[in-house]
Ligand binder design. Structure first.
Ligand code: FAD
Length: 476
C-alpha cells in the first residue's frame, strides 16, 4: 500500500508542503499519496488577487521579502521567473503620519535604524531630543540576559521612547499587526538580538550591514531583484502555479471536522460531508485555533497550548482613482501611522507607485489597512461604512475627495497570529506535544511572512518523508 498524507488547509503553507512532498519523498525513494483538503472554493488562503476591475487588487499579501529567499526560490522553481516584478525603487520613500502631517522617512534608514548621518539629522520626523536619544544607542551596553523581551522594551532600551512611537510601532509592529508591548523580539526580529550581541549597538550593526550589502551588490549583478517582489498578475499566480505542480489531489469546498487516531497507527480524518480519509500522517496547515478544535479530544494538552496563540482581525480597503484627483504626488510606497495619531488607519500603501502594472495609465490604486489590536471593531463595519471611514481619513491626509472608481474590501477575521513574548518557547513545547505522524505548520508558528511559510512547509514535508521512511523501514 502506498503511504498516505493528508494536508489540512490550502494556504501558502499547506500548498508549499504539498508541493515539497514530491521532492522529499523522492529523497527517500518513497512513493506517497498526497491529499490536500481546503475549506474554501479555492486554495490560497490569505493570498487572493482580484483583477476583475481593471486594477490588480490584492486582498491579503501583496509581495514577499527577498532577504528571506524561500518564496523567491519557489517562484523560480515553478517557472515564474519571467513573471516576477520588483518594486519601483526610484520612488521608494516611506512616509510617517505624525502630527497630522506626512513626513518622509529619512534616506539611509535600515528598518528603523539610521545608517546615514545627514539625512537623519536634517529630517523633521524625529525631534532633536529624540535624535540625541537614538544616538545614545552607540554607547548603551548590550543586555546580558538571554531571555525574550518585547519589541517595545528593546527599542525603548536602545533607541528611546520617541523612536518606538514614531518608527518601531508603525513600521515593525505594523508588519505583524501587533502591539509592540507584547510582541516577541526573538520571534519577529531575531536579527536585532544578534546585532546587539555582535556589535553592542543597533546603529553600528546596521551600518555594517549596509556596507556589506553595498559591497556585495558591487560584486555581482543584482539584476531586477528588489527587497520586495511580486508577480505581474498578482500573487494568485503563485497559488495557481503551486496547484498545478502538486503531485496529489487538491480537494476544495471541503472542511476537516475531526481527527482521531487509528488503532494500528495513523489517523482517521473526518470531512464535513461525513466521508473519512484514513492516513499515515496528517499535517495541519490551519490557523492555530482551528487546529486546536480538531485536536480537542485527540491531544487536549496540545489543543490548550494552541488556543493560547492569540489572533487579531484586520481589513484591507483598496480604492482605485483617477490620478488627477490627488493633491499629494504619491511619490512613495505609502505611509504608516505614528502611535497616538487620531486616525482610524493603520497604514496605506500607494500600490500603483510601489509596483508597476497595478493600475491602468491615468489611474492610481491605494490600499488602506484598518483594524489590528487597538481597533478591531472597525473590521465589523459594513462595506459602505468602512469605505466611508477610509475615504474621510484619506481626504484629510492626501487631499482626495473624489468618489473612487473602484472599491474592494477584504476582511481577515482572526487573520493575524500574535507572536507574544515567549512565542518560540511555546512553539517548541507545542511541537514536542505532537503525537507521531501529526504535524503543524504555517503562519502561527515560526514566521508569518510568505517566505517563512514556504520554508516551514518545505521543512514539514522533509520531516514527514523521514517519518514515512522510518515507518517503511520498520514494516520491512
Ligand atoms: C492583510 C494581510 C496582508 C499581508 N501582507 C503580507 C505581505 O505583503 N507579505 C507577506 O509575506 N505576508 C503578508 N501577510 C501574511 C501572510 O499573508 C500570511 O501569514 C500567510 O498567507 C498565511 O498562510 P497560511 O498558509 O499559514 O494560512 P492561511 O492563508 O490562513 O491558510 C489556512 C487555510 O486553511 C483553510 N482551513 C481553515 N480551516 C479549515 C478546515 N477545517 N478544513 C480545511 N481547510 C481549512 C483556510 O480556508 C485557509 O485556506 C499578510 C497577511 C494579511 C492578513
Amino acid at each position: 500500500m502506498i503511504p498516505r498524507v493528508v494536508i489540512v488547509g490550502g494556504g501558502i503553507a499547506g500548498l508549499a508542503t504539498a508541493y515539497s512532498m514530491r521532492q522529499a519523498a523522492d529523497d527517500h525513494g518513497l512513493k506517497m499519496e498526497v491529499t490536500l483538503v481546503e475549506r474554501e472554493s479555492r486554495p490560497g488562503g490569505k493570498i487572493v488577487t482580484d483583477t476583475s476591475s481593471g486594477f490588480v487588487i490584492e486582498g491579503g499579501p501583496d509581495s514577499f521579502i527577498t532577504q528571506k529567499p524561500w518564496a523567491l526560490q519557489l517562484c523560480r522553481e515553478l517557472g515564474l521567473e519571467e513573471r516576477l516584478v520588483g518594486t519601483n525603487d526610484a520612488q521608494r520613500a516611506v512616509y510617517v503620519l505624525r502630527g497630522g502631517k506626512l513626513r518622509k522617512m529619512p534616506d539611509g534608514m535600515l528598518l528603523i535604524v539610521p545608517t546615514r548621518f545627514m539625512p537623519f539629522v536634517t529630517s523633521d520626523l524625529i525631534s532633536w531630543p529624540g535624535k540625541i536619544r537614538m544616538g545614545l544607542d552607540l554607547f548603551i551596553k548590550p543586555r546580558q540576559d538571554n531571555s525574550d523581551e518585547s519589541l517595545a522594551d528593546f527599542i525603548r532600551r536602545r533607541l528611546g521612547r520617541e523612536a518606538l512611537e514614531v518608527l518601531a510601532e508603525p513600521m515593525m509592529a505594523g508588519i505583524h499587526v501587533s502591539d509592540a508591548e507584547t510582541l516577541s523580539l526573538r520571534a519577529t526580529f531575531p536579527r536585532f538580538v544578534d546585532i546587539e550581541r555582535k556589535y553592542g549597538s543597533l546603529t553600528r550593526g546596521m551600518i555594517a550591514a549596509r556596507q556589506a550589502s553595498a559591497a556585495h551588490a558591487n560584486g555581482r549583478d543584482t539584476g531586477k531583484t528588489t527587497m520586495f517582489m511580486t508577480l505581474q498578475g498578482g500573487l494568485q499566480e503563485l497559488v495557481s502555479a503551486l496547484e498545478r505542480s502538486i503531485n496529489g489531489e487538491v480537494r476544495c469546498n471541503t472542511s476537516v471536522t475531526w481527527l482521531e487516531p487509528l488503532p494500528g497507527g495513523g489517523y482517521r480524518v473526518t470531512l464535513d460531508d461525513g466521508a473519512t480519509l484514513d492516513t499515515d500522517a496528517v499535517i495541519l496547515a490551519t490557523p492555530a485555533f482551528v487546529s486546536a478544535d480538531l485536536l480537542r479530544d485527540l491531544a487536549p494538552e496540545l489543543a490548550g497550548k494552541l488556543d493560547a496563540i492569540r489572533y487579531v482581525s484586520t481589513a484591507t480597503v483598496s480604492l482605485g482613482y483617477d490620478a488627477d484627483e490627488f493633491e499629494h504626488p504619491l511619490d512613495g510606497f505609502g505611509f504608516v501611522v505614528s502611535r497616538h495619531e487620531p486616525t482610524r488607519l493603520l497604514a496605506c500603501t500607494w500600490t500603483s507607485t510601489k509596483f508597476p502594472q497595478r493600475a491602468a495609465p491615468g489611474t492610481v490604486l491605494l490600499r488602506a489597512f484598518v483594524g489590528g489590536p487597538f481597533r478591531e471593531d472597525l473590521v465589523e463595519l459594513d462595506d459602505e461604512t468602512l469605505i466611508g471611514v477610509v475615504r474621510q481619513e484619506l481626504r484629510a491626509i492626501l487631499g482626495v475627495s473624489a468618489v473612487p472608481r473602484v472599491t474592494r474590501v477584504f476582511r481577515w477575521r482572526r487573520g493575524n497570529p500574535q507572536y507574544d513574548v515567549g512565542h518560540l518557547d511555546r512553539v517548541t513545547e507545542i511541537e514536542g506535544l505532537c503525537p507521531p505522524g501529526l504535524y503543524l505548520t504555517g503562519s502561527a508558528y515560526r514566521g508569518v511572512g510568505l517566505p517563512d511559510c514556504v520554508r516551514q512547509g518545505r521543512d514539514t514535508a522533509r520531516e514527514v518523508a523521514l517519518y514515512m521512511a522510518q515507518l517503511a523501514h520498520v514494516a520491512r
